[in-house]
Design a protein around this ligand. Sequence first.
Ligand code: NAD
Length: 266
Amino acid sequence: MIISLEKQVALVTGASSGLGYACAEALAQAGAAVVINYHSQQEPAESLAARIRERGGQAIAVGGDVSQEADVDALFAQAINAFGRLDILVANSGLQKDAPIGEMTLADWNKVIEVNLTGQFLCARAALRQFRQQEADPALSRASGKIIHMSSVHQVIPWAGHANYAASKGGIDLLMRSIAQEIGEERIRVNAVAPGAIKTAINEDTLQGDAGQKVLELIPYGRIGAPEDVANAVVWLASDLSDYVHGTTLFVDGGMSLYPGFRDNG
Ligand code: NAD
């Protein structure tokens, strides 16, 4: 079955690289008009938008810091100005500022929470407000809007040396499920994707050489993920094929969250 998101509008945050970039590209391939948010890397976001337009799709790149309320308001205003409506939000932006807990600065704690968690709250709220304001169109989608949060396996797997990151992702789980519980009856679907180890800029160092080999031991399926693995899951969650999926986290992790360290321990 071919997924079509024709005439729907998707906004992807942090889409100038990695998973966000792949999600924006895949959503465009499925027919959606795409708003490509970037923070500091304008060039790759603009060239992705240009490439989508060359292929006959619709896309714009819009800058903005998801942790700043005014930026988020401006981002969504530009999206609506360009395409007239919004159907899909992929709240993807995220970063790491790693340190052993005794050495973690308050600034690094705050930065990760502000971008990874507050940013997802601000974007989900802006999307929800837009969904409520616009006319639902059952010819486009059975849901009146779809919100997809980018979480991580570290919403359940504790991560020494990354307490700020794991706390932000654990927070996304309950943020997502609470919003889903609250607004489901409005037929707005809210879900999350929890990637495992996917090769992108965020983990350039940890997936190379010996370190990469050690990570492989944590993945029962036996390979490091590619951004397309996550993008395919996002496209499915954005489509009517997942219309009865609500308040769920889809783990895209090759089984990393199965705690494979216990495999030979019985
Ligand atoms: P990445 O570094 O390529 O992408 C992160 C994106 O977030 C970048 O485009 C960056 O510009 C953007 N960003 C950072 N601060 C921002 C801000 N203040 N406002 C707007 N955008 C901002 O890494 P990635 O792997 O593509 O990560 C994307 C998401 O996937 C993150 O939420 C990350 O936690 C999550 N994730 C990634 C992996 C993985 O293995 N790559 C695993 C689990 C979860």
